[in-house]
Design a protein around this ligand. Structure first.
Ligand code: ZN
Length: 107
């Protein structure tokens, strides 16, 4: 027996005004009429177009994961930067080190 997903055109989900789909979603309204709640641009333009919600969701998950990793690295680098700056400021050659660092980075 083939399993058919709910919220597809062939297997719409009965909905109430409180139902809030987060992707393309076929449903029947209280009068039983077949309706599409589009979740991607492809289906907003054409209800019969191939749904791109899974693709977009997977992409969003991947990018969200990458962003979390970058934020974590940034936090770690910032802690390191603050500590290193403090050590250099307290060092007898601190001013010369800062000057040389500015010359090398151009800032
Ligand atoms: Zn979609």
């Amino acid at each position: 027996m083939t399993s058919i997903g709910t919220g597809t055109r062939d297997n719409p989900v009965p909905a109430t005004p409180d139902t809030l789909p987060n992707a393309c979603y076929w449903f029947t309204d209280p009068d039983g009429a077949l309706c599409l709640s589009p979740g991607c641009m492809a289906r907003i333009q054409d209800p019969d177009a191939q749904c791109l919600c899974d693709t977009l969701t997977a992409r969003l998950d991947r990018l969200t994961g990458r962003l979390r990793g970058l934020e974590e690295r940034h936090r770690y680098a910032n802690v390191w930067w603050q500590a290193l700056s403090s050590v250099v400021r307290d060092h007898p050659d601190g001013r010369a080190i800062i000057t040389e660092t500015r010359a090398r980075t151009g800032r």
